[in-house]
Design a binder for this molecule. Structure first.
Ligand SMILES: C[S@@+](CC[C@H](N)C(=O)[O-])C[C@H]1O[C@@H](n2cnc3c(N)ncnc32)[C@H](O)[C@@H]1O
Length: 236
């Protein structure tokens, strides 16, 4: 970084997070996610798509052992740097890779993610870091679907998967997917946020996916509901 580029730093709950080039700064969805994540000391936590490492650092500060992954190498370095910056470098293992690929064969008490889930019309896919942070495939479920399907093989008995969801992707559909994976579904939180700018560019595509009727049919939406969903494995 040259002197002229400046440094983006995000402060939250007494911690400081540098936001590296190419890594998405914490946004409303990140804070929704962190507000409703609860960590128990000693838990083994996996965060998939950690970005700057906000949740991963908070989990480590709460006394958890954390594995934080991201598909973008800059994010993995950023998580590592932010863990050290907040005094928990020894409790956060940062790994690069797609979804569960970096943690094959490992199990966790808590798997958490605020994954990319913006529906992406055909032909609009990109492979840059900004797209990786937002785009969730044509129906928005690309990573969410794999996150849910892969959770039982990576959770201990009684373990939980916690993730954010745009309401237009369908909370009932999310519960059905969790049940199909053998997880007990619940909704931990629902908040109303400003409609994302990128969503306006894709509004007709998104409306076509909103089978649970969460968006106004004619009027321009100004807000979107976002949820925090949980799926729990059966206790032993
Ligand atoms: C919406 S951002 C959330 C970042 C961070 N968790 C937060 O709440 O601020 C999604 C993150 O997932 C990462 N990501 C995208 N596709 C991924 C994949 N297939 N496997 C792992 N991480 C992925 C992106 O690089 C990005 O950092």
């Amino acid at each position: 970084m040259t002197q002229d580029q400046g440094e983006l730093v995000f402060r939250y709950r007494g911690c400081e997070f540098a936001v590296a080039d190419g890594v998405q700064p914490p946004k409303a969805g990140s804070l929704l996610f962190c507000r409703h994540l609860h960590f128990l000391e000693g838990e083994h936590v996996l965060e998939i798509g950690a970005g700057t490492g906000l949740a991963a650092v908070l989990a480590a500060r709460a006394g958890c052992r954390v594995v934080a992954t991201d598909v973008i190498p800059e994010a993995v370095d950023c998580v590592r740097g932010n863990a050290a910056r907040n005094g928990v470098g020894d409790r956060v293992e940062a790994l690069q890779g797609d979804c569960y690929e970096p943690v094959a064969g490992r199990r966790f008490d808590l798997i958490c993610a605020s994954p990319p889930q913006m529906p992406t019309p055909p032909g609009r896919e990109r492979d840059d870091a900004a797209a990786a942070a937002d785009n969730g495939g044509v129906d928005g479920w690309d990573i969410l679907g794999r996150l849910i399907a892969g959770a039982p093989a990576h959770l201990v008995p009684g373990g939980r998967l916690v993730f954010t969801l745009f309401a237009f992707l369908g909370p009932r559909s999310a519960c059905a997917r969790l049940e199909a994976a053998g997880l007990e579904p619940s909704i931990l939180a629902r908040e109303t946020h400003a409609f994302p700018r990128i969503g306006y560019e894709r509004l007709e595509h998104i409306r076509g996916l909103d089978t649970e009727g969460t968006l106004p049919v004619v009027k321009m939406p100004t807000s979107v509901d976002r949820l925090v969903m949980q799926g729990r494995t059966k206790p032993r």
